[in-house]
Ligand binder design. Structure first.
Ligand SMILES: *[C@@H]1O[C@H](CO)[C@@H](O)[C@H](O)[C@H]1NC(C)=O
Ligand SMILES: *[C@@H]1O[C@H](CO)[C@@H](O)[C@H](O)[C@H]1NC(C)=O
Ligand SMILES: *[C@@H]1O[C@H](CO)[C@@H](O)[C@H](O)[C@H]1NC(C)=O
Length: 471
């Protein structure tokens, strides 16, 4: 049985959208700071860039080269070096909404929230620095640390762009200085996860480089990019999910796993394209271009052809039965059975990005169907947040699919009870405990609530496959 989760669709859809969106327009310069100084309309953003990138405060940082030069590996199955990176798009539609200035009351409220977010971030960062500096992650309850992503300071690299965007200049450059010493030639694990390494390290470095223009970040991005490039050293040049670190160094052919998460070869198209853009070296783009071709060419021979925007629109989203008359969509899971596709109305927090993705597609492709779906999906996510007393939605939850999206779907206690019985709770971290909104604190200290969620149409919910509070 093939199960299609939202993230699979998302990363496929990204393939279409990002080509349209990511390639810089004619007027775009290599680094955002240039764009800012050439008259970006957002004054606040331009001020931030001037503050963060003020040469007087940018320390001179030289990269410590990794102990292994990944660019010297001779790959037995060297990916084709074509196609070359296409020239930038010249006409791109405007994506973002043009906001009018906020009223005084709204501006004051926004500022209060901004300060609170800043306060919490500084606290979390200080915790990471004290207990887990240069480690992948801090364990917030024990105060220990864990290196689950090869030990290259994942939290630090992943946070670089956030530090910059929040204007935390001192913290940012301290982190850049530490990043300069990361050794991508050594790993704490014997295999390296392609997906995580790409999104956290390469993505983190590229984002921070785009914002700051600091050369050290580019140097490190190339090092880890060349490590990831070794993942494509396979018989069919599709990347492996897990890179055998020692074999990758030797350049020996890696064997692609029998099953891979499509998000892994899917999302790397974005980072590798950007890496080609900032280095002028087409090899990264050529490698992922091949992946995109494979995705596209295989679609019509899958059981649910065309897992791109339209197929997801038709098969993956549903209107849930809820007590309020709201126009929302929820992203579920799809099981492709021998009898055809079957929707399982289980959703997850991770799917919250999908509204933005459809909105982006709507703007980029000038299509109001996608834009409308994007708004409905975003409202669905917001609904799930509001439905719980903590204001935070569960990691995973089930709702009840309305039988006909075009007909009224009135709330029924009876239907809700019947459906609920079909899904007994079966994993630890289940948040259904006390009746009617009484909190019970789970083992890990995270509070979860049943009662109120139930009134809002949730059949059940849980904290995810791992223990609550992790991941
Ligand atoms: C960085 O490189 C310098 C010079 O090679 C060396 O002395 C220093 O120990 C290195 N720092 C780290 C953290 O690897
Ligand atoms: C797949 O089918 C669609 C619809 O029939 C068609 O437009 C598309 O060109 C096909 N794609 C490939 C790669 O054959
Ligand atoms: C928008 O996309 C939908 C779904 O693919 C399609 O049916 C519709 O014709 C498109 N509209 C425009 C204006 O392109």
């Amino acid at each position: 049985m093939a199960r299609i989760r939202i993230r699979h669709v998302a990363f496929c859809a990204v393939l279409i959208v990002f080509l349209y969106h990511m390639l810089p327009g004619d007027d775009a310069l290599p680094h955002l700071p240039h764009t800012f100084s050439s008259g970006a309309p957002n004054v606040g953003t331009a001020q931030l860039a001037r503050y963060m990138n003020d040469p007087k405060h940018v320390p001179r940082i030289i990269a410590n080269r990794s102990s292994f030069a990944w660019n010297t590996v001779e790959l037995v199955k060297q990916p084709e070096l074509t196609p070359k990176l296409p020239s930038p798009f010249t006409k791109r539609p405007r994506i973002q909404h043009q906001f009018r200035p906020d009223s005084r009351r709204v501006a004051a409220e926004q500022e209060r929230r901004r300060q609170e977010v800043l306060r919490v971030t500084k606290k979390a960062w200080a915790g990471y620095k004290e207990y887990a500096w240069m480690k992948d992650a801090l364990k917030p309850i024990s105060g220990n640390y864990v290196d689950q992503f090869s030990g290259w300071a994942a939290t630090m690299v992943d946070s670089l762009d956030t530090l910059w965007i929040m204007g935390l200049r001192e913290e940012f450059y301290e982190a850049v200085e530490a990043t300069a010493t990361i050794d991508f030639g050594k790993s704490t694990s014997y295999t390296v996860n392609t997906f995580e390494t790409n999104i956290r390290y390469l993505g983190g470095l590229l984002a921070a480089y785009d914002l700051s223009g600091h050369d050290v970040l580019k140097t490190k991005a190339i090092e880890v990019g060349d490590l990831l490039y070794a993942a494509f050293n396979t018989d069919n040049n599709m990347p492996v999910d897990m890179i055998n670190f020692a074999r990758a160094k030797e350049g020996t052919v890696l064997a692609v796993e029998a099953g891979v998460v499509s998000a892994s070869p899917g999302t790397i198209t974005l980072e590798f394209t950007r890496l080609s853009q900032i280095t002028g070296d087409s090899k990264y783009y050529a490698a992922v271009s091949h992946v995109m071709d494979v995705f596209a060419s295989q679609q019509n021979s899958t059981k649910l052809p065309g897992i791109f925007l339209d197929t997801a629109l038709q098969n993956l989203f549903f209107h849930p039965m809820i007590p309020e008359p709201l126009d929302i969509l929820i992203a579920g899971n799809l099981d492709v059975l021998s009898t055809g596709p079957s929707l399982d109305p289980e959703s997850e927090h991770l799917s919250c990005f999908i509204g933005g993705l459809y909105a982006l597609a709507g703007r980029a492709l000038g299509n109001s169907t996608y834009l409308t779906a994007g708004a409905q999906l975003a409202r669905g996510c917001a609904y799930a947040y509001h439905a719980f007393p903590s204001g935070v939605m569960p990691e995973r939850y089930n709702m009840i699919k309305c039988p006909n999206p075009h007909a009224p779907c009135p709330w029924s206690d009876e239907v809700w009870r019947t459906e609920r019985e079909k899904r007994p709770h079966h994993r630890i971290g289940v948040c259904a405990v006390a009746p009617h909104g009484r909190r019970r604190v789970a083992r890990d200290g995270v509070a979860h609530v049943r009662g109120r969620g139930a009134r809002h149409g949730y059949r059940d919910c849980e904290c995810g496959r791992r223990r609550c509070g992790q991941g």
